[in-house]
Ligand binder design. Structure first.
Ligand code: HEC
Length: 181
């Protein structure tokens, strides 16, 4: 009996799927096609090669100001961490028993830093920074990590050209049942 009910339930759900699929092709008169401007608002991914980085630039000097005003409360005055992750240091610890993963020790591409900060930070007001300030604060975090000099000014080209310390630190998974994707 239980088995029969289950079969009926599956059949009903299969029929419903067909009905819903058929209906989906009809017009309900709701919604509207996304405009190019709306799509652009979401289409902000930056490639690891720096593709899609916007125009503009920012200096370490300016980044220091942005960081102290918008980031230090959670990440510490020098990026040492607090409510938010530690952003600085840890280079050379990844293979140790106590790895410290930070932007400086772990992240393979600097362009990801721009993407992440622009999309998600400050955590209490994501996407509120100008592109210039995202460049600046990225430059500042990279300088705290010793990856760019204190007088650096970064733009699309120079940020993409930064070689992160752990760029070559990733290896493929050696387990035989894991296949590269
Ligand atoms: C209100 C607290 C808060 C503020 C302000 C804030 N952050 Fe964060 N940030 C966080 C938290 C929490 C995380 C971890 C988020 C997660 O793992 O999902 C994080 C993660 C990050 C990371 C990723 C670190 C990693 O190794 O994964 C970066 C980079 C970063 N923040 C940069 C910034 C910058 C730059 C600013 C200022 C423009 C900023 N944050 C402001 C709370 C904050």
């Amino acid at each position: 009996m239980a088995r029969l009910e289950l079969t009926t339930a599956l059949l009903t759900s299969a029929i419903m799927t067909v009905v819903v699929a058929a209906h989906a092709e009809e017009r309900y008169g709701i919604g509207s096609p996304a405009t190019p401007a709306e799509i652009a608002g979401w289409n902000i991914d930056i490639g690891r090669d720096g593709s899609n980085l916007p125009p503009g630039s920012g200096s370490v000097e300016r980044g220091r100001v942005v960081f102290s005003e918008q980031c230090a409360a959670c990440h510490g005055d020098n990026g040492q961490g607090g409510v938010g992750d530690r952003l600085v240091g840890g280079q050379g610890t990844l293979a140790s028993p106590k790895p410290i993963r930070t932007v400086g020790s772990y992240w393979p591409y600097a362009s990801t830093l721009f993407d992440y900060i622009r999309r998600a930070m400050p955590q209490n007001a994501p996407q509120s920074l100008s592109n210039e300030d995202v460049y600046a604060v990225s430059a500042y975090i990279l300088s705290l990590n010793g990856v760019v000099p204190a007088n650096a000014v970064l733009d699309a080209k120079s940020l993409a050209a930064v070689k992160m310390p752990n760029r070559d630190g990733f290896v493929s998974d050696p387990r035989p049942d894991v296949h590269d994707r």
